[in-house]
Write a protein that binds this ligand. Structure first.
Ligand SMILES: NC(=O)c1ccc[n+]([C@@H]2O[C@H](COP(=O)([O-])OP(=O)(O)OC[C@H]3O[C@@H](n4cnc5c(N)ncnc54)[C@H](OP(=O)(O)O)[C@@H]3O)[C@@H](O)[C@H]2O)c1
Length: 339
């Protein structure tokens, strides 16, 4: 973590106009409204990242009405460091605004060695949430997720544990991520058996990854749960940044853990170029159009973006100015995506 002592930011006072531009959607059948754009801390908040940049991103986001920050136990690197750094910034800047914030975390992927630091057992989920609360300096999170389906643990155990966590008051709402439509339906049923509701599903969804259209969104509507789409920009591919090479400060160059340069092929770039042309005729950046395109479906409660600098979150929020698509734009986009 590089801490730049010479340019410490002044104390934070949130912008008085922070709710003027943001639009909110109800999350499924719950009482909870989420901002149509939320901020994820998967990248750019680890110990190798610049804390003052992370602080600027969070301040800018909240000033724009983004009330939802999404974390997980293993965001970093190293694992846990995004929660730790979020906790430092939260303590300094956001304590007065706690009741205006929806903070989520998750457990499900590898976190610590041995058989109790991964997947979906009661042992892991409860210990992991306690560790997350400790790292972030919080008494509770607003949403706690099972980060993935553990095929070897009975769903009753994983989802029953989420219900117990709600009972304990350590989380206010429960969610699941990347579960199949069938497992989602069963998870919602189990929550109901415990007298609780499944709030939300967090699937991967973008113009380039449309698996949720094959039944998940229908199922979520049926069970009354919301949807928050992660990696909506395909980690940056669905922007204009790779159209003229690989910028030094881009994720594909800086951090090859999840976004590999060889994923960004000439065929992919050809589609991106065509999409970028449509975005320009709409008066949007491609990032904005990729977000607007997801939000055209009212079942998408929120789009969960990541950003490496404050200007990107401003750009992304601008997508809310142009949410409508003409049928010819939709057809042209479909044609490109299916070509
Ligand atoms: N549930 C799960 O299993 C799961 C998995 C993955 C992610 N998530 C959640 O989803 C969040 C978002 O994921 P993601 O970071 O992959 O999302 P993303 O929004 O698809 O990609 C973020 C990257 O796109 C680029 N970008 C964003 N806005 C831009 C703009 N306006 N113009 C140009 N480039 C822009 C930046 O890349 P550069 O760094 O190159 O500038 C940024 O780091 C995560 O933080 C996490 O909370 C959940």
């Amino acid at each position: 973590m590089k801490i730049n002592d010479t340019s410490a930011l002044p104390d934070y006072i949130a912008d008085k106009e922070r709710y003027d531009q943001m639009q909110f959607r109800r999350c499924g059948h719950s009482g909870l409204l989420l901002p149509m754009i939320s901020l994820g801390l998967w990248h750019n908040f680890g110990h190798d990242d610049d804390l003052s940049n992370g602080r600027k991103i969070l301040r800018t986001a909240f000033d724009l009405g983004i009330t939802h920050f999404d974390l997980a136990n293993n965001y970093g690197p190293p694992y846990g460091s995004a929660e730790e750094n979020f906790g430092r910034i939260f303590k300094r800047d956001f304590v007065p605004y706690r009741d205006e914030l929806i903070i989520s975390t998750k457990a499900g992927w590898d976190m610590w060695p041995g058989p109790y630091g991964n997947l979906g057992s009661r042992k892991y989920l409860i210990a992991s949430l306690d560790q997350s609360l400790n790292r972030m300096g919080l008494d509770y999170v607003d949403i706690f997720y099972s980060h993935r389906r553990d095929p070897d643990t009975p769903l009753e155990e994983t989802i029953g544990t989420l219900a117990d966590i709600l009972q304990q008051g350590k989380a206010l709402y429960a969610g699941i991520s990347q579960y199949s439509p069938e497992d989602t339906a069963r998870a919602a049923e189990i929550m109901k058996e415990h007298g609780r509701s499944l709030l939300i599903h967090q699937p991967r969804y973008s113009m380039f990854d449309r698996w949720v259209e094959g039944g998940l969104l229908d199922k979520l509507e049926q069970v009354g749960a919301g949807a928050i789409a992660f990696s909506p920009l395909e980690q940056g591919i669905l922007t204009n940044k790779y159209l003229s090479g690989f910028p030094e400060d881009s994720r594909a160059v800086k951090d090859g853990r999840y976004l590999k340069q060889d994923q960004i092929t000439s065929e992919v770039l050809e589609k991106v170029k065509k999409l970028n042309n449509i975005a320009m005729t709409r008066g949007q950046s491609l990032a904005q159009m990729a977000i607007s395109w997801l939000l055209k479906d009212k079942r998408i409660t929120s789009v969960l973006v990541g950003v490496s600098r404050p200007e990107q979150i401003k750009d992304n929020v601008g997508s809310l100015d142009r949410l409508n698509f003409s049928s010819s734009e939709l057809n042209a986009i479909r044609h490109i995506l299916e070509s």
